[in-house]
Design a protein around this ligand. Structure first.
Ligand code: PMT
Length: 329
């Protein structure tokens, strides 16, 4: 077999795996509602201008971990670690930079503009007076006011669309919908894939319908591999978009090697490499020509590593748009 035929066969195989993943996934319950929200959001931003009068850019930020249900009427599931802090914080900086953000996030994880609130904001930020009226606790009044004002302004101006997922099935179907709906934006669209996506799953048809009984003894289960979506995102769903994937490792010795391999294999524009323990302090942005270390520096007023990170990505996105804009539409 020559190289071209081998590549074609590999491609056919990837497409088949992805097709069968989507065919066997339980359909999204609210897909018409999501479609409508997406269409309105894209329409509103497609025509709008962003910073400096240029076309407004749209970024899809994915955030939080996907779950893999073990039963169709799910009682147990396998989870992927991610608090959603990276995605929520990055969303704030993208909005600040004039981007319209589609925040595809795991239900119950960190939300943009709410990071300075306590874990249970409803119960901790408010207090009851005389058992009839409720007011904001003075300890939190500034934080609550800021969160509400910033969130409200972003949504009202059409800068923020929040779409929640829980399972791997929901996440991948929604990512595909978003990618296809941004195709008219060409290089003005960006994907910032910070979600921790399951690598293995139980196919819906082979999943137990009811709660698996512990009386049946130890559980043996074979998990299928979730097809990688990065190649199809690059080649078919959003070929002109600026694509940033993430690489998380716990062993610093293999991190950069794996990030470089992902950049080349999946033809990403950038890969953000981070280590679990230091992920809030430092990340390395891997591109085809250089590795750029980005750090937070509280002494210099840089409270979040996402602040310089998003500045760098916005700059590189501008170059991507300038290089590719002749082929837009
Ligand atoms: O949320 P925090 O607590 O703040 O933590 C942030 C983070 C550490 C989760 C984040 O910075 C991060 O690194 N996210 C990616 C973590 C990850 O699990 O990567 P991965 O090696 O599973 O996947 C690498 C890339 O492949 C990802 O961009 C993913 O979108 C993509 N992928 C993964 C599986 C799959 N089937 N298809 C994919 O396309």
């Amino acid at each position: 077999m020559d190289l071209e035929s081998t590549l074609e066969a590999t491609q056919t195989n990837i497409n088949w795996e992805i097709e069968s993943f989507f065919k066997s996934a339980p359909p999204l319950r609210n897909s018409a509602d999501i479609s409508e929200k997406l269409e309105n959001f894209i329409k509103r931003n497609e025509m709008a201008s962003g910073n400096g009068g240029a076309r407004r850019r749209v970024v899809c930020v994915t955030s939080g971990g996907t779950t893999v249900p073990l039963e169709q009427r799910c009682v147990r599931y396998i989870d992927n670690f991610s608090s959603g802090h990276r995605g929520a914080t990055s969303t704030e900086y993208f909005v600040k930079a004039g981007y319209a953000v589609i925040f595809l996030h795991r239900r119950g994880t960190f939300q943009p503009f709410c990071r300075s609130l306590p874990d249970d904001p409803l119960l901790e930020c408010f207090e009851s007076i005389d058992g009839t009226n409720i007011k904001v606790h003075k300890l939190y009044s500034e934080a609550v006011e800021r969160a509400i004002a910033e969130h409200h302004s972003a949504v009202k101006k059409g800068f923020l669309l929040k779409l929640p997922f829980t399972t791997i099935f929901e996440y991948l179907q929604m990512l595909r919908m978003i990618a296809l709906s941004t195709s008219n934006l060409g290089p003005n669209a960006m994907f910032y894939l910070a979600a921790a996506v399951s690598d293995f799953y139980v196919p819906w048809q082979s999943m137990a319908e009811h709660k698996i009984q512990s009386a049946s003894g130890p559980l043996n289960m074979q998990l299928a591999q979730v097809p990688k979506m990065l190649p199809v995102l690059r080649q078919q769903w959003a070929p002109k978009a600026f694509l940033i994937s993430f690489k998380l490792e716990t062993d610093s010795k293999i991190l950069l090697k794996k990030a470089v391999a992902a950049l080349e294999k999946y033809k990403m524009d950038m890969v953000v490499a981070n280590e679990l323990l230091t992920r809030k302090e430092e990340v390395v942005v891997v591109t085809s020509s250089e590795n750029i270390t980005v750090r937070r520096d509280k002494n210099a007023g840089v409270d979040d590593v996402e602040d310089p990170l998003i500045q760098l990505l916005v700059e590189r996105h501008s170059t991507h748009i300038n290089t590719n804009s002749s082929s837009v539409l």
